[in-house]
Structure formats: C-alpha cells, structure tokens
Design a protein around this ligand. Structure first.
Ligand code: JFZ
Length: 433
C-alpha cells in the first residue's frame, strides 16, 4: 500500500473509534435461556456463572431446549432497559444475541432455535432494543459466540451430546449458522456499534478473518473486539473483571460483572456497591480503558432490582460528574499512592475524585505541570485555594508540591470531583532517591 492509502486508512480508523473512546462506560447484558434456569438444574444449585449451566452440568441438548418452552419474558421493556443504561450514564449496550448455548435471542431465519420461533413469547427483543436505542442515542451492540455453540453438532464446546470431535465439521456450522446469523444481525437491526465476539479457542486464523471480513463488509464502521481471535480486532477486551495495573497504551475495555455471574442467577446477590463501581470506572478510565458493566435480566424480562438501584445511584453521580468520565485519556501515575482519591484526565484538565473528603490542606506530590485553577466540578464557581511549588523548591523530596486547601462541605456520597486546570502537557514526576 502506498503511504497515502495508509494515512487515509489510519484516519478512517481514528474516526470510527471516536464514539467508543468518548463513551468510556457501557452496559453489558447477558440474557438467554439460562436466565430461566437461574443457576439451578432440577433443584440442584450450581456454583459457576449462570450462562455456563448447560456445559458445566452436561445438560443434554434435548433437555436444555425445554427451557425455551418456559421462556415467556412478558416483563421485558426495551425502553426501560435502555432508559436504565442512559440513566447510569452509559453510552452503549452490548447484548447477547447468541451465547454459547446456541439459542438466538432474536428472530433468526438461519436456525429455528430462537426466541421468536421456539418460545411462547414469540417476539424479537433485539428489534425493540434497536428502536429504543435509536431514540435515546445509545449505540446498540451484539455479543455473538462464534466458536462455541453447544446446540450445534459441528460447533465448538459440546462434548457430551456430540463427543466425536474428529467427526465435527466446523465449516458446516459456520456456513449454515454462524455466518448467516451474523449477516442477519448486521443487516436487520440498523447500525451496530460493535460485535463482541467471545472465546475464539481453536478458531483458525482463516476463520477469524472471515468473521471479521463479514462484519467489515456489511458495516464498515462496526467495531470488533479482540475475542474475534487472531488480531482481527479494533480494540482489546481484557479478561473478565481483569484490570491492567497501570496505563495500557491501546484501545481496551474491561468486561465486568455487577455481582459474580453474567447471566441471571437467583442465588447471586453479591452486588458491588455504587462507590466500588465508580472507583472501578475511574481507575479503568485513568488507565485508558472502557468499562463494560453487566446486568443479568431474569427469565421474566425484568432486571433484578438490586442491579437497577445500584446503577441508578451510579447514574446520580454521573449526572453531576460525567464530564470527568466521557472522552478521558490516560493519566500517568503520581509518585505516591493516594488512596483518598482517584484521577481522570483530559488535555488541560485533571480531575481529582475525592473519595474521603475532609476540609483543610491536602498535598499532591509530583504534579509537574503548572496549575492555573482549581474548582469543584459540581459547583464550578467554587474556586479551591491552592499553592503549587515546583520541584526545585522542595529540597527534601525533589517533587513538586500542590497544596490544596479544601473547604468544609457535605461531600458527594460517592466522590467529590475537583477540576485542576493545568498548563501545557500533563507531567508527573518520578520519585528520586
Ligand atoms: C466468556 C464467557 O464464557 C462468559 O460466559 C461470559 O460471556 C464472558 C463475558 O466471556 O468468559 C470468558 C472469556 C475470556 C476470559 C474469561 C472469561 N478471559 O480471557 O480471561
């Protein structure tokens, strides 16, 4: 390729990544037949993540299929789901169009094993979601398990109904189910923000490439996560709930759970608190990542009240403070740990998320860029007094010292954000012996 084409391609890439980089916070939804089982099989509880029940308990296809007959999510309300994402300050939704169990959560002409044709419900929730998302300006995205499909005899994963590994013809599964379904998802639901592939396992490079090419051919602006396999992606998904320990200089996203499971599980009430979630969001954003936070709706179509309440509390914080989240770019670490606060960053502005507020002086060591102004994000007219001494003035530690004089106030129950406007490039200083 000639130089100019490369430059154009790079521009196009920057352009198509833009909404996703700006977003920083998304809603993951794991919803499927496993929500009906809710983490129990024949009265026996199961201790893994709910959507793996079929495999972990080696449930035969014919038995698992019976869940479809009981799946009637009349409580499903697309507008309420999208409204929840919006209220939480999330900019995109990734929903399981087909998880490893092979059941399509939309009306698929390529396989009758889908919510429209195989359940008493008979409606297509993804259609409703696509409409609600378009109205609310939320990007709709699809999770699609491209390799594992425990329902299809030729796909990956099911070794209890289909133990003859050598007899499997993965190509057949790809041609008759996976590729046609991807095509349906990319042609019948409007613009799709991204396709979230998962568990590529033994996909060959050629197979990963064909999945990626199908997406790119049908929707050139649709992003692809790294679980497509073989580096055909636009951005990296880290391991589930795995957060890099420092700035990670690429486009990346942490898929994470609100409790322990992804799909709905009756017995899992291990909710993270709104404070924990905001701390995670801030930490992930500081390091340059997006946070894709999951809810697992029930078999009746409702989202557990526990998760709704928590997301609404995060949303209340976001309504005041989202400027410190959207469009943030990585922020280098400071020389000393400061457990009382977190940081996010945009060119010219450093946001200090104070988790433990107290009035009086607080010192930040090692901010090398001159601070021009400090104020509360919630009340920009409230200037915060400060003295900023550059490194040369501190003989003992050789570090710049920013002394903020914080007012007495009733802090935000989650985090009170201070904006520090600085000059030039953001510089932090290392510890020196
Ligand atoms: C996968 C799925 O198996 C799981 O059910 C869920 O959908 C989750 C979001 O993704 O699980 C994984 C996949 C990759 C890793 C961990 C769990 N990983 O790379 O660490």
């Amino acid at each position: 390729m000639i130089q100019q084409d490369l430059a154009l391609e790079e521009d196009a890439r920057q352009l198509k990544m833009q909404w996703w980089r700006e977003a920083r916070f998304g809603l993951f939804i794991h919803w499927g037949l496993y929500a009906v089982a809710a983490g129990e099989w024949k009265g026996q509880p199961f201790d893994g993540v709910s959507e793996w029940i079929m495999k972990r308990m080696a449930v035969p296809v014919a038995e698992y299929e019976e869940l479809a007959g009981q799946f009637n999510p009349i409580g499903f309300d697309a507008e309420a789901w999208v409204g929840l994402a919006k209220a939480a300050g999330m900019k995109y939704i990734v929903i399981t169009a087909k998880h490893h169990d092979g059941f399509a959560m939309y009306g698929s002409a390529s396989s009758p094993y889908n919510i429209v044709d195989a359940t008493p419900y008979g409606c297509d929730p993804l259609k409703a979601l696509a409409e609600a998302c378009a109205k609310e300006d939320i990007r709709l995205c699809f999770y699609y398990s491209q390799f594992q499909d425990w329902h299809h005899p030729d796909a990956g994963g099911n070794d209890w109904d289909y133990p003859d590994a050598a007899g499997k013809d993965f190509e057949r599964y790809m041609q008759e189910k996976a590729l046609p379904q991807m095509r349906e998802l990319l042609t019948q639901y409007g613009p799709i923000g991204l396709i979230w592939f998962d568990t590529p396992m033994s996909l060959t490079e050629d197979q990963s490439r064909r999945f990626a090419e199908l997406v790119r051919g049908l929707q050139p602006n649709c992003l692809i996560n790294s679980r497509v396999g073989h580096q055909y992606h636009d951005y990296a998904s880290t391991g589930d709930n795995m957060i890099p320990s420092d700035v990670f200089d690429t486009d990346w996203e942490v898929p994470a759970t609100l409790n322990h499971t992804w799909g709905y599980k009756k017995a899992d009430d291990n909710w993270k608190s709104p404070v924990q979630l905001v701390k995670l969001l801030v930490d992930i954003n500081r390091k340059g990542g997006n946070y894709l936070l999951n809810v697992g709706p029930r078999g009746d179509g409702t989202i557990p009240e526990g998760s709704v309440r928590i997301l609404e509390e995060v949303g209340a914080w976001m309504r005041v403070n989202s400027e410190a989240i959207y469009g943030t770019v990585p922020c280098p670490t400071f020389p000393y740990l400061m457990p009382w606060c977190g940081f996010t960053h945009k060119p010219g502005k450093l946001y200090l998320h104070v988790y433990e507020w107290r009035g009086g002086n607080r010192v930040i060591f090692g901010l090398g860029s001159p601070v021009k102004r400090a104020y509360l994000l919630a009340e920009p007219e409230k200037e915060i007094e400060f003295v900023h001494n550059s490194a040369g003035m501190n003989l003992s530690q050789q570090l710049s010292r920013l002394i903020l004089t914080l007012p007495q106030l009733t802090p935000d129950p989650i985090a009170t954000v201070i904006v520090l406007e600085y000059e030039g490039e953001l510089k932090t200083e290392p510890l020196k012996p």
